[in-house]
Ligand binder design. Structure first.
Ligand SMILES: *Cc1c(COP(=O)(O)O)cnc(C)c1O
Length: 428
């Protein structure tokens, strides 16, 4: 694998962009290497600036469920661009996209479109605080909700009564308003809600956590969140920025049969362009200006190119498409497990339709603590071997792989064959 042009670009980038990247995980530091600069992509494949080809399982970290440069998406975006890139006035496509969200997502009656998942969680918190008149929010350790100041707080080990800023620059006030509980810890959560539940504006959770690797909810855990929020008068916010439109047409809330008060959506919804949303019942959503007094706005919100990409992508997401994606995921998971077993490498696989994580661990992974106990060196070795063999994986043990509708059987088989060699490298 030649990386000359990538090396040269990375050198230039580091002089003018902090760390050389515009989002930290792209830097590939966790696997001890420098990033590859991408030149183009099509279907399930990426081509870097040195002409190396890869089967891509990052897929822009989730938006590209249809694969790169899907002809329908490219055509929709191109046609939209020719009619003007932004008006600062309403369009038909915004209405159609909101209608799509309402028809697919059980808890959604109204939708506000924004530009990023971060903005959407920020808006959901503001709505919850406006609705309850309370300031504090409970999140779960290992969950990611964008780089919203308050939500960067993470005590890292179970319940915290006082948030500690995980990032310099987060005010003490914001940190103190954020409480953290361990994921899947029924007792810890129950105790917290018994003691302080009535101080909470909201409990925010990824109903299928995917930012510490995939760590599914234990049986009954989402139901417990629903019940205790109801009891305490706190809103339950599901952050489905990854799981929305991916694990099923209606997201994780459909699979689990648990309805949140507010839902945060992004990634797939924008089909690879900057777009996200907060959705919920009309009574909550009409608190937003100009219907209500809770302020929220955006120069480029509901941008015509982004809504065109979103509508084209959702148009591809039929029940048959989900059945296909599920089959692809299962084939990949089964093959990876066999390959690891053959090489004698202990792994734990977690997956849902269109998502999977390979934890290099002997033990079941049910929490952030469990995820962090997995073997990062083994992962780095595996990642390096896969990259050498033309398979582009997320460069972190704590991120999910994103198979797409574009990954075909031959590419899945090639991936499994490469993984067999990579697991052998790990075992050696
Ligand atoms: C990616 C992500 C976000 C943040 O979305 P951005 O568009 O990157 O701001 C929020 N929540 C979850 C669960 C995510 O995976």
């Amino acid at each position: 694998m030649r990386t000359l042009r990538s090396e040269e670009l990375f050198e230039r980038a580091q002089k003018v962009i902090p760390g050389g990247v515009n989002s930290p995980v792209r830097a590939m530091r966790a696997v001890g290497r420098d990033p590859l600069f991408i030149d183009s992509a099509s279907g399930a494949e990426l081509v870097d600036v040195d002409g190396n080809r890869f089967i891509d399982y990052v897929c822009s970290w989730g938006p590209l469920i249809a694969g790169h440069a899907h002809p329908d998406v490219v055509e929709a975006v191109t046609a939209a661009a020719a009619r003007g890139t932004s008006y600062g006035a309403p369009t038909q496509a915004e209405v159609e996209l909101a209608e799509q969200v309402v028809s697919r997502v059980p808890s959604a009656e109204m939708v506000r479109l924004v530009n990023s998942g971060t903005e959407a969680t920020m808006t959901a918190l503001r709505l919850a605080r406006a609705a309850t008149g309370r300031d504090r929010v409970l999140k779960f350790s290992g969950a990611y909700h964008g780089h919203v100041d308050g939500l960067l707080a993470d005590a890292g080990s179970g319940l915290a009564t006082q948030g500690i800023p995980a990032s310099p620059g987060v005010t003490r006030g914001q940190a103190a308003d954020t409480l953290v509980c361990a994921w899947n810890d029924r007792d810890g959560f129950t105790k917290f809600m018994d003691a302080s539940g009535d101080e909470l504006a909201a409990v925010i959770a990824e109903p299928l956590p995917a930012n510490m690797g995939i760590v599914p909810p234990a049986v009954g855990f989402l139901e417990l969140l629903r019940e205790r929020c109801e009891d305490c008068g706190a809103l339950l916010i599901f952050d489905e920025v990854i799981s929305g439109f991916r694990v099923s047409s209606g997201g994780m809330q459909t699979l689990a049969g648990v309805k949140p008060d507010l839902t945060v959506l992004g990634k797939v919804l924008g089909g690879g362009l900057p777009l996200a949303a907060v959705a919920g019942p009309a009574a909550s959503m009409e608190r937003l200006a100009p219907a209500g007094e809770t302020y929220q706005a955006g120069t480029l919100s509901g941008n015509p190119l982004a809504t065109a990409a979103g509508l084209a992508t959702l148009g591809l997401l039929t029940q048959d498409a989900y059945a296909g994606l599920e089959a692809t995921t299962t084939k990949l998971v089964t093959g990876l497990k066999e390959a690891a077993d053959d090489a004698g490498v202990p792994i734990r696989l977690a997956s849902e339709c269109g998502l999977l994580t390979v934890f290099f661990s002997d033990d079941a992974v049910e929490s952030y603590e469990g995820a962090r106990a997995s073997d990062g060196d083994a992962f780095a070795c595996f990642h390096g071997s896969m990259l050498e063999q033309g398979i582009y994986l997320p460069p972190s043990q704590f991120e999910a792989w994103f198979p797409s509708l574009a990954h075909d059987e031959e590419q899945i088989e090639r991936t499994i064959a490469a993984a067999a060699r990579a697991f052998e490298a790990v075992a050696a």
